[in-house]
Design a protein around this ligand. Structure first.
Ligand code: ANZ
Ligand code: ZN
Length: 816
């Protein structure tokens, strides 16, 4: 065996071996328990970054470990290949987004291969390929025909720089998440997916997901935002009654005005002969519709001149237009209770509107609304027949009263809105719809799918989508009347592709969206990715899973059984990113140290859920560890050949080493398999190595004990550093593949301690150590301590006053 560890050479050789034998090809096999492990696929931005290396190393360890547990493992990889960066790069470098993307894919695929991840590359998917996106087009046309996808004109967040619509979640503090430009509000015709039809299921099924971090489940719950309230109406003279939704019907008697959204019909009507109001409504359009902004934005409004009639008192209250009322939540109108709602309070103070307190603390203490709203629940006053009720009772009583008057009823509301999926960008999946003047909106028939996005396009400075200017793309005939018609030129939000790729990996060559293989492999047993996807990507994928289930394509309710959200990779305390210029290029490290060192370092540096602070010295440390491992095995191999271990003839030292080994196996199995704390697993193996280095016993049984330990250690490290361990495994005399070997099991009998070590102190100072039988009683421990040679010398000439025995730990002798 070579004296020196030569990473590059070994890694090349081992990877070739895996390739030749198609070791990671996953084949359906119903006689074996399956394990589907998936790390979120990358956007092909150009090169891998450390976050990718971390994500994929975690997934690879779990996959390899599960395989050694005897499971039939699927671990695929692919590319989230559509999206805006390709267009930006195209404009900058004057290359078509397609060729830019494919070049990046080729480079990054090589990088992943170089890192030795156990992927079934035969299942590789790139979402920008028609063979992939045709099936989401197919699903969309089915959903369109079912009414689950529809078009409507909606106020949208518009990024004037990227020239596209942004989802609410893509607006951060009123700015575009990508380019930081202030977002505007625009009214345009858009495609929507009726995710709201699944709101209750998406909420309920979260209860099944006990393999997810609680924090992520909570975020999803809040995003779905189910509330129970009351929907009630105010009469408006000469107009349709004004419907409002409230979660605080108990405050009804404190209503002093009502407010409608700028887009509300009543606002539009009032603005007809009121130019000032018209101008105000226009000005509201520059604010984004992102709900997150509502809390912090300045509360602005204007009176409409309309008066509404309070449903219970019959008194008139003014109707205002307010910028913080959202058109697509509830009914787009609110009953305003400035005494008990902070937004209404700020607004009332701004415009001198009445403030009427109707809720008081339940404990009888006094509170006023002179300087701020009192937003807690309590007991009603100034509320006529409802006085004295507490908030909960009042909600019921008021709801009942309104119901009896036919003016309101209890209602459940969700904050979740339908998913706007249209993007005005080029590099995405064409929405498979045809617009015909005669027949309206028609889905592209199945036999005309896919609608292929032209890839060979000239890309210039123009930020607009080139297919919007390509008659050869959009001119078509109507599938219904055969007349001239136009294709939709918007493309899908790229979340569309990432919502079902996990399912397509199970049958990437299927002649339909999914085939029977999908039922075998799904759900994903372990999903791994960044916490930044805690809400949207995961919610949309859960939604798609249910859509596909309801098409009969899947037979489970949820896509991801267990979820691991990995922490960020930091340098000098902040996130590694190109813009901060603090990135470490994995490629250079791989070239310098080899893949195993990089993998070992990234897994050792922190537990996967926590952020990982980058230290260059850490990489050196990992490299030294592998050298040490190599040397240990080389020395062992040079010292003899394996012989059978005789468990009944072990001396104490040999027993101790064996115990350490089996304790380590137990710990590492739990750390990798259950806790996913790879760092502590590695630390445990390091300790074992220290013991092995110290263990200098070349007797037959000594050699055999060390051999057992070294073999088990090689197997335990193999999911983490798969190349070096394969080579060492061969050097140890095996010609099979480590991945195909079973994970070592610990031997219960080796864990039993028949002797324990005790510290012996004289007057509180450590003087010696003794070994006693684990079952020894106090008297025999005392006797053994006093008979110890070092102790005898130490207490010579002194009188023993007292001997204290702390079982399992120490003996203290008081002598003077
Ligand atoms: C009166 C009231 C009094 C309210 C009070 C709150 C406190 P959640 O819990 O998120 O469902 N609301 C209703 N529709 C709205 C819209 N389109 N735009 C902005 N705000 C709207 O929120 C429900 C509450 O949000 C409702 O209860 C309503 O204000 C407001 F002391 O009604 B409330
Ligand atoms: Zn037609």
């Amino acid at each position: 065996m070579n004296e020196e560890y030569q990473a590059q050479q070994i890694e090349e050789k081992v990877q070739k071996l895996w390739d030749e034998k198609s070791v990671f090809k996953a084949v359906e096999n119903t006689s074996k328990e399956k394990f589907y492990c998936l790390a979120m696929f990358p956007y092909p931005s150009g090169r891998l970054h450390m976050g990718h290396v971390r994500n994929y190393s975690i997934g690879d360890v779990i996959s390899r470990y599960q395989r050694m547990q005897g499971k039939n493992v699927l671990q695929p990889m692919g590319w989230d290949a559509f999206g805006l960066p390709a267009e930006n790069a195209a404009m900058k470098n004057k290359v078509a987004p397609a060729s830019w993307t494919y070049e990046n894919v080729d480079y990054m695929r090589d990088q992943l291969k170089r890192l030795g991840f156990a992927y079934d590359w035969d299942r590789e998917i790139a979402t920008c390929k028609p063979e992939y996106y045709r099936w989401e087009q197919w699903l969309f046309t089915r959903l369109f025909n079912k009414g689950m996808a529809y078009k409507k004109t909606a106020g949208v967040n518009w990024c004037p720089n990227d020239q596209t619509v942004l989802a609410n979640e893509q607006v951060i503090d009123g700015k575009c998440w990508r380019c930081d430009t202030s977002v505007e509000r625009r009214e345009i015709s858009q495609w929507f997916m009726k995710i709201t039809d699944y709101a209750q299921q998406l909420l309920d099924d979260l209860d099944q997901l006990d393999g997810w971090p609680e924090q992520v489940r909570t975020m999803q719950r809040n995003w779905i935002g189910r509330s129970t309230g009351v929907e009630l109406s105010f009469e408006v003279d000469g107009e349709e009654p004004l419907t409002v939704y409230t979660t605080r019907a108990d405050t009804l008697m404190g209503v002093t005005y009502v407010a409608v959204a700028a887009e509300h019909a009543l606002a539009k009507k009032a603005a007809r002969d009121n130019p000032e109001l018209q101008a105000f409504i226009e000005s509201c359009k520059t604010t984004s519709v992102a709900e997150a902004d509502v809390a912090t934005m300045e509360k602005k409004g204007m009176a409409t001149g309309f008066k509404a009639i309070h449903p219970i008192t019959g008194k008139e209250v003014p109707v205002w237009v307010a910028n913080f009322v959202l058109i697509d939540y509830g009914s787009g109108a609110v009953m305003s209770v400035p005494a008990h709602d902070s937004r209404d309070y700020a607004f009332a103070k701004n415009y001198g509107l009445d403030i009427k307190q109707v809720i008081y603390p339940a404990d009888g203490s006094d509170v006023t609304v002179e300087s701020e709203a009192f937003t807690e629940k309590g007991v009603l006053k100034n509320s006529a027949e409802f006085d004295g009720l507490n908030s909960e009772q009042a909600v019921d009583a008021i709801a009942e009263k309104l119901a009896s008057m036919d003016k309101g009823e209890k209602q459940i509301n969700f904050r979740l809105r339908d998913w706007g999926v249209s993007r005005q960008r080029y590099w995405g999946t064409p929405i498979p719809i045809i617009h015909c003047d005669k027949c309206g909106t028609v889905a592209v028939p199945e036999d005309q799918l896919p609608v292929v996005l032209p890839e060979d396009i000239a890309y210039g400075e123009d930020v607009g989508s080139p297919i919007k200017k390509m008659p050869e793309f959009y001119e078509t005939t109507c599938p219904e009347c055969g007349g001239k018609a136009e294709r939709e030129t918007d493309t899908f939000d790229t979340f569309f592709e990432s919502s079902w790729y996990y399912a397509r990996f199970t049958c990437p060559d299927a002649d339909s969206m999914l085939d029977e293989r999908a039922k075998y492999w799904t759900p994903v047993d372990q999903y791994i990715g960044g916490i930044e996807h805690a809400v949207l990507h995961l919610l949309y994928a859960r939604f798609f899973h249910k859509l596909m289930r309801d098409e009969g394509l899947l037979d489970s309710d949820e896509p991801f059984k267990n979820l691991l959200t990995q922490g960020m990779v930091l340098k000098d305390g902040s996130k590694m990113s190109k813009s901060k210029g603090n990135t470490v290029d994995p490629q250079q490290l791989i070239e310098r140290y080899g893949a195993d060192t990089v993998r070992l370092f990234i897994l050792f540096a922190a537990p996967p859920e926590q952020s990982l602070e980058w230290h260059d010295e850490g990489v050196d440390g990992a490299a030294r560890f592998l050298k040490r491992l190599w040397k240990l095995v080389a020395n062992h191999v040079a010292a003899g050949t394996p012989i059978e271990l005789n468990v009944d003839a072990l001396n104490t030292e040999q027993k101790n080493l064996r115990r350490k080994l089996h304790e380590t196996i137990a710990k590492v199995s739990d750390d990798i398999g259950r806790r996913h704390t790879f760092n502590t697993a590695i630390a445990a193996v390091m300790e074992l190595i220290n013991e092995l280095v110290k263990f200098d016993d070349n007797s037959e049984n000594g050699y055999a004990v060390r051999h057992e330990a070294i073999e088990a250690m090689v197997l335990m490290l193999s999911p983490i550093v798969p190349h070096i361990t394969q080579q060492l495994w061969n050097e140890l005399g095996h010609d099979d593949l480590v991945v195909e070997v079973n994970w070592p099991e610990y031997d219960e009998s080796a864990l039993v301690r028949d002797e324990i070590e005790l510290v012996v102190q004289v007057n509180g100072k450590l003087r010696s150590k003794i070994c006693v039988a684990a079952s020894a009683d106090k008297d025999s421990i005392e006797a053994a301590a006093l008979a110890d040679e070092k102790i005898m010398t130490n207490i010579e000439g002194k009188t023993v006053r007292k001997v204290i025995v702390v079982p399992g730990r120490l003996v203290n002798i008081v002598a003077n």
